[in-house]
Write a protein that binds this ligand. Sequence first.
Ligand SMILES: [Zn+2]
Ligand SMILES: [Zn+2]
Length: 348
Amino acid sequence: MSMRAMQLTAPGTLELRTVPIPELGPDDLLLRVGAAGICHSDSFVLGLPYPMGDRPLTLGHEIAGTIETVGTAVADRVVGERGIVYLCWSCGVCRECLGGNENVCLAAGRTAMPPCPGLGPDGGMAEYVRIPARSFVPIGDLDFAAAAPLADAALTPMHAIRGAMDQLRPGGTAVAIGIGGLGHVAVQLLKALTEATVLAVDVDPDKLALATACGADHTLLAGEGAAAAILDRTDGRGAEAVFDFVGSDATARLAVETVAPNGAYRMVGLAGGVPGIDSGPAGGPGLPWGATVRKSYGGTRTDLIDVVALAATGAVRAEIERFDLADARTAFDRLDSGTIRGRAVLIP
Ligand SMILES: [Zn+2]
Ligand SMILES: [Zn+2]
C-alpha cells in the first residue's frame, strides 16, 4: 500500500513522492490526513544547507485527520475519530512530562526539542501519518483545515500567554510583534483570555489589518519610532507583556525597549535574534528592573486541549489559505515572501 508524501529529499528540495504507508507499532495510530499546516520552522528546515537525516523526510507538524487504523495495544481510540496531533512526542514518564510540561521533557536534554513530527519522525504533509496514540486530541466536528493550525499556531502562543498571566492584569497592555500564523491567533487568545489592551506590531499594513480583524485594539507599523510609540501609549512605562513572534534582532530589541518594569518579555519566534541584554542599570532604552525574559517553546497537552475548546466555541479561529498538497512549493514561496494571510494549509 502506498501514499503520496511531500518530502524533503535534499537541502532546499521538496518532492511529492509515492512512498509506503507507514507501519504501526502497538501504541500507534494511523491517521488519514485531512489537512497539514505550514510553519516557519518547516521553511527553516527546507532552507538548511545540510540534509536533515539520512533519508527523505516528510514535513508537517500541524496535522489534523481521521483515525484509519488503531495499534494493537491502544484501548482508548477508535477508527473514524477526528482529531489533531500534539506535536511534542515526549517520553511521557519523566518528572517534567508527569508534571504536564511535556514541551520540556527531560529525555530531550537541556536545549533540544522533544521529537516532533516532520522534524525527525515523518510528519503530516502526506495522505497518512503514523502518530503515537497519546498525541491524538479529538476535535469533534471542527473543519480539518481550520483545526490543523491549532497544533502549533494556537498552541505556542497559548503557552506563551499563559506564562505571562500574572503580568496581564485588566487595563494592562499586551504587545504582539509579528502578525503571521502565530501572531494572528495570539491576538485572539489575548482578547479571549485577558482584559489587557492588545497592540499589534508588524512591518506589513495588510498584517495589521488582519490583527484588527482578530480584535487588536491598536496597531503599529514596525520600524523607526515603534518603541517610542509604544512607550507613548503606555505613559512611558512600557507594556506589561511583549510577545515576539518573529525573534529577529530588530524585534528582540523592540521587546527589550518596550517591556514595562516587572513585565514579561516572551521570545516565541525562532529567528535567532539577539536582544542585547546586559546586567548594568539600563538608564535608557534597555531592559527595565524586574522584567523577565522567557524562551517559550511549544505548549503543553493541556494548552492544546484548551485551544481546541476555544476554537469549538468560536473564540479563536485560524485564518487559513488552502493549497493542494502537490502545490506545497507555491505555499512555501508565499510564506517566505510574507504574503500568506494567517496560515497556509495543505490538503492531501
Ligand atoms: Zn511550527
Ligand atoms: Zn519526558
